[in-house]
Design a protein around this ligand. Structure first.
Ligand SMILES: [Zn+2]
Length: 448
């Protein structure tokens, strides 16, 4: 019998010394995942690289697969599905985790280049929910692709190497900030240069920048129109605190769930049910688009696995963990949380029965039978977890991909690492929680 009263547990009370070491060791791999996957494209490439090393091969629609086979689907280089074929028939259902690999950032516009005040700039358009002031006065990297009309693609990655230059957005000096207005979207202009050749006539700095880019990448100004270039923070993932118990990084949301969803799948050998990890793009802007959770590529893949079996039965019997982050209680901003229903750092992954805003609008409210069964599995496998809501009622809210999984008649609940400073250029998560998310996904794949 369980204890009469519920008391949340802290990993530092529960973990053995060996388990703590395992958690800290596990996070070394996660930090590499963060640094190598700052954009969804980079994350897809890195995920496929580590999966291939574990024997995963590209999925071929129409081919017959046997239990234990490991496959992946690369969706436009911006989303990816990994699966390990189970011993059971597809009609028993799939065990699916879904996380997202896009993060808030600044995208370069189609006609980005201009000069003003003796400097050259790129215009940006922010992607996802950001607090705009946070993106000023910090080192920034430029990552992405320029797809040229001749069919070739130029890969750009500047700012990530220790010897690279970085990019920068200015902020107002405090001395002149007496009547300062908040930073707006149109203020997020990236400084990209200030030098020029004496022989340049008009647009001297702009011309100098294009000459450099033409020499290095063979591009001209109109090539920006068919590019996908992104500005992300240049900082690398680092341990935080005297005890190194936390990790600071760009893009924890939602790599902090993507990595555990993937690493646990990679550790599976001959699971009972077919296990699937879906890493999608576009969650931060509503999951639309061909690489987002609403795209048919996910349904199509599951249908392909059902080949010869009843797919309606397969979907009905499937279960999913919508693996996305939650907000951890932050004592500095305590007023936006309801302490009894807030997630806390080091208390394990946060199970959100529902998300949404203003009376649960937009939530996929999970069935209690389902979450009870999951919680039972987690208890039996020594997985720590906590039940929570995002924050105080009417303080705001948010959504995840859960509703788009439920649309497919697949049972689903949101579970993810609770973090601090969500959507900031540098976010914070705890090592024990990240490790426990790996354990949770593994317990779900193997036992649901
Ligand atoms: Zn997220």
């Amino acid at each position: 019998m369980s204890e009469l009263l519920y008391t949340p547990k802290n990993a530092y009370d529960v973990f053995s010394e060996e388990e703590l070491k395992a958690a800290y060791d596990y996070c070394e791999g996660y930090k590499k995942f963060l640094d190598n996957g700052k954009t969804e494209r980079a994350c897809v490439a890195y995920s496929i690289e580590i999966a291939k090393a574990k024997g995963f091969v590209e999925f071929v629609d129409g081919k017959k697969y046997a239990p234990g086979d490991k496959v992946y689907v690369n969706q436009k280089n911006k989303a990816v599905i990994f699966a390990v074929i189970g011993k059971e028939s597809p009609e028993k259902g799939f065990n699916i985790t879904a996380a997202h690999i896009d993060s808030p950032r600044l995208d370069i516009r189609p006609n980005p280049l201009y000069e003003d005040g003796n400097m050259a700039y790129f215009k940006t358009h922010y992607y996802g929910g950001i607090r705009k002031y946070q993106w000023t006065a910090i080192p920034l990297s430029l990552i992405g692709v320029i797809c040229k009309k001749d069919g070739t693609t130029v890969n750009i990655n500047i700012g990530e190497d220790e010897n690279d230059p970085i990019f920068y957005i200015t902020d107002l000096l405090p001395h002149l900030a007496k009547d300062a207005k908040p930073i707006h979207g149109e203020d997020l202009n990236i400084i990209i240069g200030s030098a020029y050749d004496k022989e340049n006539k008009e647009d001297k700095i702009k011309t100098a920048v294009m000459k450099l880019l033409n020499k290095k990448y063979g591009i001209s100004e109109s090539d920006f129109q068919t590019a996908e270039l992104t500005i992300v923070p240049a900082a690398k993932a680092k341990d935080v605190g005297f005890d190194r118990s936390l990790i600071g990084s760009y893009g924890h949301d939602d790599r902090v769930c993507s990595y555990p969803a993937l690493s646990s799948l990679l550790s599976l050998e001959n699971p009972e049910k077919t296990c699937v990890a879906v890493l999608v793009d576009k969650e931060e802007i509503g999951s639309a688009g061909i690489t987002g959770m609403r795209s048919a590529f996910i349904t199509d893949f599951l249908l392909a696995l059902c080949d010869g079996y009843n797919s309606r039965v397969a979907f009905k019997n499937s279960a999913a963990v919508s693996a996305d982050v939650s907000a951890a209680f932050d004592p500095t901003f305590a007023s936006v949380y309801e302490k009894r229903n807030a997630a806390h750092i080091n208390c394990g992954p946060a199970i959100c029965k529902y998300t949404g805003h203003g009376g649960k609008a937009g939530a996929s409210d999970a069935c209690p039978e389902f979450i009870a069964k999951l919680a039972g599995i987690f208890d039996a496998n020594e997985v720590m977890y906590q039940f929570c809501e995002l924050g105080r009622i009417d303080a705001g809210g948010g959504g995840t991909v859960a509703q788009y999984i439920a649309d497919r008649n697949i049972e689903v609940v949101d579970i993810g690492v609770a973090m601090l400073s969500m959507h900031a250029p540098y976010e914070l998560a705890s090592k024990t929680d990240i490790y426990m998310m790996h354990k949770l996904c593994k317990a779900f794949y193997e036992n649901y």
